[in-house]
Design a binder for this molecule. Structure first.
Ligand SMILES: Cc1ncc(COP(=O)(O)O)c(C=O)c1O
Length: 399
């Protein structure tokens, strides 16, 4: 039978961080390049809640007449607003909510909404480096005549309209960010990580366009749900138009699943303390334990530095807390070294600093993998050695 050799149980199986053909399962490659948030799965395994949808439900394209975001499920909107109200991280009452297929789709919808088809030149899009690598890729891939990726906001000196992306806490380095250009351009605030397990909630954000995603909030990246909180009605309307043109709305099953998940987190926040940790406590503990172990490993290795974060008073936890970002931005002390290359020698895949507008001495490593992968990562980090001078020389001669 044609292709029968590809029908083994392992063939074509998504990698799980394991790459078939390279020491299959005995010495697997650990893929910490992407930010797949499987870290929170143990928490959700506690939940018995199930969403059952019958064949006759959710069949229409439409969710509600008369609402600017006509494909948004009312229960989804209610849960999102409830969660922001309880966490206190963003103003959502009296604002326009737009649901998207992940915040990735809403990023493009925001760009579309902030540009006019009548403008003579594409609007410049900038973000201070190191920036989330997908921005550059998503902004350029369709070669739009509406907007143009111009890279590092710190180096941006062009006149004319611009859009600045402000990711806070930042991916890849976890820092708290403010706009840097400050010449009256439009801002998109990506607050994917502005949740109390990653960073102290120090103020209730109320920016013109704020993007959030279920992927990083609760770890349900596969549900593909994000939301934008928008101040201006016309901008929200244009974002909805983009979603209508690109996918005629957003999966209702996903919206209802998101509503249930966010609703469960809200119910817990409102409930008195019980025997189990609530979601944000659980997630913060997990991440802070990982960061503690990582810092020890980095110290022992002596080859890298990682960011330090100040303590700040968290309005949600009502105590001083640290930051525990979803990624670690590892930098080689020796700026001539290739950080991803060193880690790759130990079969750890990470994302090269150059993809973030930085250099090869830095690399982004996910802190959100499964426990097993994180433990192997630490073991292998201990084995990373700087290249021998003679080897480095050999490498050059082979080029
Ligand atoms: C800063 C930031 N924004 C947006 C996204 C995309 O999220 P989504 O899964 O909702 O498309 C990510 C994913 O890694 C991210 O790190």
């Amino acid at each position: 039978m044609c292709g029968a050799e590809n029908t083994t149980p392992l063939a074509g199986r998504p990698s799980d961080g394991l790459t078939p053909g390279l020491g299959l399962y005995s010495d697997p490659i650990i893929n910490l390049d992407h930010g797949d948030p499987t870290i929170f799965k143990p928490y959700w395994m506690r939940s018995r809640d199930q969403l059952v949808v019958s064949g006759s439900e959710l069949m229409s394209y439409f969710s509600r007449g008369g609402h600017p975001c006509w494909f948004m499920e009312p229960d989804f909107e209610k849960s999102v607003k409830r969660l922001h109200g309880l966490v206190g991280n963003a103003v959502s009452e009296g604002r326009y909510l737009v649901v998207g297929t992940g915040s990735s789709q809403l990023y493009l919808a925001s760009l579309y909404a902030l540009c006019s088809p009548d403008q003579p030149h594409p609007v410049s899009v900038v973000c201070a480096a190191p920036y989330y690598s997908s921005y550059a890729e998503a902004t350029t891939f369709l070669k739009s005549s509406l907007f143009k990726w111009e890279g590092d906001a710190n180096a941006f000196d062009k006149d004319g309209p611009y859009i600045e992306l402000v990711t806070s806490p930042n991916n890849p380095d976890g820092t708290t960010r403010n706009p840097v250009v400050d010449r009256g351009g439009n801002l998109i605030h990506d607050l994917a990580y502005y949740w109390p397990h990653y960073t102290p909630i120090t103020y209730c954000a109320d920016h013109d366009i704020m993007l959030f995603t279920l992927s990083k909030c609760t770890g349900h990246a596969g549900t593909r749900i994000g939301w934008a909180i928008v101040k201006n009605e016309q901008v929200a309307g244009r974002m909805v138009k983009y979603l209508e043109l690109s996918s005629i709305g957003v999966s209702k099953e996903s919206q209802l699943r998101a509503a249930r998940i966010l609703g469960a987190v809200c119910n817990e926040i409102e409930a008195p303390p019980g025997p189990n940790l609530k979601f944000f406590d659980f997630a913060k503990l997990l991440l802070s334990e990982r960061w503690g172990k990582l810092r020890q490993a980095v110290k022992r290795s002596g080859l890298f530095t990682v960011s330090e974060f100040p303590l700040a008073y968290c309005l949600f936890f009502r105590e001083y807390t640290g930051s525990h970002p979803g990624f670690v931005w590892m930098t080689c002390k020796d700026k001539n070294l290739d950080c991803s290359g060193l880690l790759r020698e130990q079969r750890i895949l990470t994302r090269d600093g150059r993809r973030f507008g930085s250099d090869a001495s830095c690399s982004r490593v996910s802190m959100m993998s499964k426990d097993e992968e994180f433990d192997v990562f630490l073991e292998r980090l201990a084995k990373v050695k700087p290249p021998e001078k003679s080897n480095a020389c050999n490498g050059l001669l082979q080029l």
